[in-house]
Design a protein around this ligand. Structure first.
Ligand code: UDP
Length: 236
């Protein structure tokens, strides 16, 4: 597949056109940001880990009936995915209180929630991705009722599948963020990435952070932790 011009550059990835208008190539970078862009840095080989891990997890999710954008891994940092129009929502699922949920609701980090929960943020950098509810999403025409229903169903299913895969690798899935997209015909599929950048992973035995919180909170050891997650999940 011939790779063409760069379409977009984000904080962690670049996107290129291909000869097929329905397919784009994602290139994963090592660049990391946190705190709404206030902290910038790199995490060595993060792009390799996120590319390979996200692809492997999306393939497992496909087998469980979740449609995803994954098409083909080209190399350590580049992957072909289906071109979608991104639904401008960050879909966050939580099993255990952490981060902004703990702050907002005054719940100690590590408290197991009585039920997995879902929240939406409006993907809008100028507004700093504000928390919104289902009714706001409809009122702002971000998605239809049917799309929101599909997204919620898929998101909770992704949670169940990922929790199981991770626990087999002695990793607890605390929370994570998903993004969905629309194909040309309107079909909703899982897009973006699933990685230690977008999930909170805690070691099931020691409770150690194995995710971007090491970078966000200046705890150190993030490059090693990303490698550790890849070794445990991909056996390499
Ligand atoms: N998250 C993300 N991108 C964002 C915000 C959150 O991938 O822009 C992920 C984050 O890694 C965590 C989950 O979503 O796994 C919940 O994050 P939270 O709302 O607690 O935000 P934070 O405390 O990181 O600001």
């Amino acid at each position: 597949m011939e790779i063409k011009e760069q379409l977009y550059e984000g904080k962690a990835k670049k996107v290129y056109a291909t000869e097929d208008p329905a397919i784009v190539m994602v290139h994963y970078k090592d660049d990391a940001t946190a705190g709404d862009g206030a902290k910038k840095g790199t995490i060595q080989d993060k792009g390799v880990v996120n590319n390979r891990l996200s692809n492997a997890l999306m393939q497992r999710l496909e087998l469980e009936g979740i449609p995803t954008h994954y098409v083909q891994e080209l190399n350590d940092r580049d992957t072909l995915v289906k071109r979608v129009q991104i639904v401008p929502l960050e879909v966050i699922i939580r099993n255990v209180a952490a981060g902004s949920f703990s702050k907002r609701y005054g719940v100690e980090e590590g408290t197991v929630l009585s039920a997995p929960t879902l929240e939406f943020s409006y993907k809008n950098d100028d507004l700093h991705d504000p928390l919104i509810n289902h009714y706001h999403a409809l009122a702002l025409d971000l998605a239809t009722q049917a799309e929101l229903d599909t997204i919620a169903t898929y998101a909770f299913k992704v949670n169940e599948v990922l929790k199981k895969i991770l626990l087999e690798a002695n990793i607890r899935l605390i929370d994570f963020k998903l993004e969905f997209g629309r194909l040309e015909d309107g079909t909703i599929i899982l897009a973006d990435e699933i990685s230690p950048d977008t999930c909170r992973f805690w070691d099931a035995i020691t409770g150690a952070h194995l995710d971007k919180d090491l970078f966000r909170r200046d705890l150190g050891g993030e490059a090693g932790a990303y490698q550790e997650v890849m070794h445990r999940l991909l056996n390499q």
